[in-house]
Design a protein around this ligand. Structure first.
Ligand code: ADE
Length: 225
């Protein structure tokens, strides 16, 4: 999978993909992430990419021209399956959306700043609008990083059997069960006996029960789906 990201803050998008699983996904050639500085398509030598909003009001709006030129140039090089704008008024990201996006070949992400981007870009180019939660970030970069991570780890071959995404929270609308490691007794706080029993069937049953219990307690709405 290839993911292109249009941003005004390249620096914010460097580190998140240089470590751990995202690093491995790229090293294995399973994921390619390219960031593009929107100022490359600025309307003047001063690097302008935003302007005041019509109708008045505080906050700048990202102009249609630089974004159009960026999107059209990148789209001339490959066909994007989705052009995604990260925005707090988008559809809230969940595991199902991440699963769906992980099946695509090419994604183009647009990170907004200030008051947002000119509505015409959303209407004429954007195919999906995604929020990572009901709170407002300073820009779309951190949301884009979250999306790339959530999608990238699902690509076949990125995770090994032990860390397989199949056992993640949400994959079957259940939260993940609790986990323990050594020592089996720490300060008198004991690991549940069943996990030390060596009986895989019992362990599976216990984990499923715990998942169900956690989901009922913490996120009962997940069970409605
Ligand atoms: N940009 C600003 N806030 C955001 C959010 N919550 N999700 C996605 N993009 C955003």
């Amino acid at each position: 999978m290839r993911i292109d990201i249009i941003t005004v803050l390249l620096e914010l998008l460097q580190s998140p993909f240089e470590h751990s699983i995202m690093k491995r996904a790229q090293a294995k050639g399973l994921l390619e992430v390219y960031t593009h500085n929107l100022r490359k398509w600025a309307i003047n030598k001063q690097g302008q990419i935003d302007d005041y909003q019509f109708g008045g009001g505080a906050g700048m709006v990202m102009m249609p021209e630089p974004l159009t030129n960026a999107i059209e140039e990148l789209s001339s090089q490959r066909k994007y399956d989705e052009i995604i704008f990260l925005t707090p008024d988008g559809e809230t990201l969940n595991q199902k959306i991440a699963n769906g996006l992980s099946l695509k070949e090419n994604l183009l992400l647009i990170c907004g700043h200030y008051k947002g981007i000119d509505q015409r870009i959303r209407e004429h180019f954007v195919t999906k609008e995604i929020s990572i939660g009901d709170y407002v970030l300073s820009g779309g970069e951190l949301a884009a990083a979250v999306l790339v991570d959530a999608v990238g780890r699902l690509l076949p071959g990125v995770l090994n059997d032990e860390t397989s995404a199949l056992f993640d929270s949400f994959q079957d609308n259940l939260l993940a069960p609790p986990v323990y490691t050594r020592p089996a007794d720490f300060r008198g706080w004991k690991v549940p006996d069943v996990l030390l029993s060596g009986d895989p069937k019992k362990v599976d049953e216990w984990r499923h029960e715990q998942s169900l219990q956690r989901t009922i307690e913490r996120r009962p709405g997940l069970l409605d789906d």
